[in-house]
Ligand binder design. Structure first.
Ligand SMILES: *[C@@H]1O[C@H](CO)[C@@H](O)[C@H](O)[C@H]1NC(C)=O
Ligand SMILES: *[C@@H]1O[C@H](CO)[C@@H](O)[C@H](O)[C@H]1NC(C)=O
Ligand SMILES: *[C@@H]1O[C@H](CO)[C@@H](O)[C@H](O)[C@H]1NC(C)=O
Ligand SMILES: *[C@@H]1O[C@H](CO)[C@@H](O)[C@H](O)[C@H]1NC(C)=O
Ligand SMILES: [Zn+2]
Length: 301
């Protein structure tokens, strides 16, 4: 084979393989959300979750939290389930915004969370027609996604994907900075390049007060999900898009002021994922149990 052609093929393949994943917290972000969530699951929830996980997960929810991103080429239909587009405004309105590009209703990350929660409520009823392993892996992923501010953001710039920026000296785009780069830079600068150290730091910061506040949501699941989406679009406007233009260079100033938002959204995503899973698999008295199990686990440490 022609050497140039070979080099070309290798380049193209490595580009495809190494291409940043569009529209998702990166692998690390999703892993952290699920890993932290695991800590808040009641025993009953944990056993249902392990029952549903694929064998390869070896009982660890976090190991399959990026499954939905790995499936994006095979499950093309699921692609619009990872985000919400607003028409360039800093607020979220379910009936206006939760649809795909063909206008099909409920096809967005908020609709998907309700969809897969509903399916999982049929756990134990063997006649349900769903693959609940997939439902669980989708749900765990989408609760993470809806907490990434640029997953609920403007249609025109595709959630920051078309905003080219430099992250320090590297060319990137704004969406990728929020999915991946800020987490990577934080890992290098503060956490010795070790994900579990970063996870511990985020966990330590979740006080009982915050836990109460983040868990609390009056009303049905749909209302809570709308609240998570509203928080994200607000943060997108106040932090992610703020002071950023095409070709901006983002460095220390941006990083230092935005990293706390990234870390807090990961923590909130985790607490809410645990809350949703406990409600599905462990019924009504969940709030008390969640707190009890948290207390019990805290004492164990
Ligand atoms: C949300 O959008 C729908 C459809 O565009 C509109 O009818 C409704 O008034 C909006 N709700 C609010 C609170 O703005
Ligand atoms: C709901 O889940 C089913 C099964 O995976 C899927 O076919 C459908 O597209 C989902 N819809 C939404 C809005 O998530
Ligand atoms: C359910 O989905 C998982 C993940 O895609 C797959 O490995 C498994 O074979 C599916 N189970 C059935 C019964 O189709
Ligand atoms: C802990 O909370 C403080 C105050 O909200 C925040 O500035 C900091 O970034 C947080 N750290 C982590 C690791 O979450
Ligand atoms: Zn995603």
């Amino acid at each position: 084979m022609d050497l140039l052609l070979l080099i070309h093929i290798i380049l193209v393949v490595s580009l495809i393989v190494g291409a940043p994943q569009a529209n998702a917290w990166g692998k690390e972000g999703h892993f952290m959300v699920c890993k932290i969530a695991e800590q808040y699951l009641t025993d009953k929830t944990l056993s249902a979750v392990s029952d549903l996980l694929p064998a390869a997960a070896e009982g660890d929810l976090a190991s399959v939290c990026s499954w939905a991103d790995q499936m994006r080429f095979r499950y093309r239909w699921a692609s619009p389930l990872h985000y919400i587009n607003t028409p360039g405004v800093c607020n979220f309105n379910y009936s206006r915004d939760c649809h795909n590009s063909n206008g099909e209703k409920d096809v967005c990350v908020a609709g998907a969370i309700s969809n897969y929660t509903g399916q999982l409520q049929a756990y134990g009823d063997s006649s349900n027609g769903y693959n609940l392993t997939e439902s669980l892996m989708f749900l765990a992923h989408f609760v993470g996604d809806i907490h990434q501010p640029l997953h609920v953001s403007f249609a025109d710039d595709e959630g920051g994907n078309t905003i080219v920026v430099h992250w320090y000296r590297r060319k990137s785009n704004l969406h990728h900075v929020w999915d991946v780069s800020m987490i990577e830079t934080a890992m290098k600068d503060y956490y010795n390049d070790d994900l579990s150290t970063m996870i511990e730091a985020i966990k330590m910061n979740i006080t009982a007060d915050k836990l109460d506040q983040w868990e609390t949501c009056s009303g049905k699941l749909a209302t809570c999900v709308n609240q998570y989406a509203t928080e994200s679009i607000n943060l997108a406007c106040e932090y992610a898009y703020k002071d950023v233009k095409q070709d901006s260079t983002l460095g220390d100033t941006y990083f230092f002021s935005r990293l706390p938002v990234v870390q807090e959204r990961i923590a909130q995503g985790a607490v809410r994922l645990a809350k949703i899973l406990n409600e599905i698999f462990d019924g009504s008295s969940v709030d008390t149990k969640l707190r009890l199990s948290t207390a019990a686990r805290a004492i164990q440490i």
